[in-house]
Design a protein around this ligand. Structure first.
Ligand SMILES: NC(=O)c1ccc[n+]([C@@H]2O[C@H](COP(=O)([O-])OP(=O)(O)OC[C@H]3O[C@@H](n4cnc5c(N)ncnc54)[C@H](OP(=O)(O)O)[C@@H]3O)[C@@H](O)[C@H]2O)c1
Length: 256
């Protein structure tokens, strides 16, 4: 079977590397490619034209995949975003493994009051399964969460509560050395917290560095990359896989 990732840009994606390595290590004769898709509204036509069996979808096409898939299943229906497409009996079916993958990342954490920083697509995916307060740099994207009954804040009206799990879902720190919120505010939050999770991967972000200064237990974006990938692999293969073995394989190829 052939799989791909659709995105724009897509050259930085680690998905081909990690999924092909999984196929190799488990002796499966499948192949995973990457596809630079400029127009998100062509995603399903392209999927069918390429005659592939499944695909991942990354920025900025997750909403197009949700809108255009022949059918959407599971939590993706409520999230309004699809990150995995599977060919099932001639239909292209959409799923979302970001939210469930994130819950795997924090499964060993003993937390009571989570705070999500950022209000974009990743925050939507995570907040659907994790009832958290949301703080964002600006107001506009908060409306979606407010309508759904979340406590939402901008930096200006943020209220400090006893947050113990702090999640950065912004891209701050990816291509710069920015923190996702002003340093003094973040330090005040970290003082009472136990855990910090970043979705950015590929470098030690200022967010993770600061969290470690406050002795928080941290997880960088590699964990989400791995767990959303394992759940996608189960959908690609149409069966449960040995998650412990898969974790080992994915971390092994991604760790450097
Ligand atoms: N590890 C993984 O497997 C994984 C999975 C999914 C996503 N990600 C990563 O998650 C990040 C976010 O993706 P997304 O799709 O959610 O993006 P998005 O929908 O564009 O949302 C971006 C969010 O980040 C905020 N933001 C951006 N730059 C900021 C800065 N310098 N300071 C403070 N806030 C800032 C934006 O605030 P405004 O509303 O004020 O603009 C917005 O809330 C990306 O880096 C992506 O690669 C990783």
């Amino acid at each position: 079977m052939i799989f791909t990732i659709f995105g724009n840009p897509v050259e930085h994606s680690k998905s081909p590397l990690m999924h092909n390595y999984y196929f190799k290590k488990t002796n499966l004769k499948h192949c995973y490619a990457r596809y630079l898709l400029e127009n998100g509204n062509e995603i399903i036509d392209k999927f069918k034209e390429l005659k592939i069996s499944g695909a991942n979808v990354t920025v900025p096409h997750k909403e197009w995949a949700f809108k255009l898939a022949d059918e959407v299943r599971g939590v993706a229906k409520d999230m309004g975003a699809v990150n995995t497409l599977i060919l099932e009996e001639g239909k292209v079916v959409g799923y979302n493994t970001d939210g469930p993958g994130f819950m795997e990342v924090i499964r060993e954490f003993d937390y009571k009051k989570p705070l999500i920083i950022g209000a974009g697509g990743t925050a939507r995916a995570i907040s659907y399964l994790l009832k958290a307060d949301i703080v964002n740099r600006s107001e506009k994207r908060l409306e979606f969460f407010r309508e759904k009954g979340f406590n939402v804040y901008t930096w200006d009206n943020f209220e400090f509560k006893n947050y113990d799990l702090i999640i950065n879902t912004t891209s701050a720190g990816l291509k710069d050395e920015n923190l996702p919120m002003p340093k003094e505010m973040l330090e005040k939050v970290f003082k009472n917290a136990k855990y910090a999770v970043d979705v950015v991967y590929g470098k030690k972000t200022p967010f993770i560095k600061l969290a470690q200064k406050y002795n928080l237990k941290t997880r960088d974006g590699l964990y989400l990359l791995v767990y959303q990938g394992i759940l996608a692999m189960e959908l690609f293969l149409g069966e449960k896989i040995d998650k412990k073995e898969a974790e080992k394989i994915y971390f092994d190829i991604l760790k450097d």
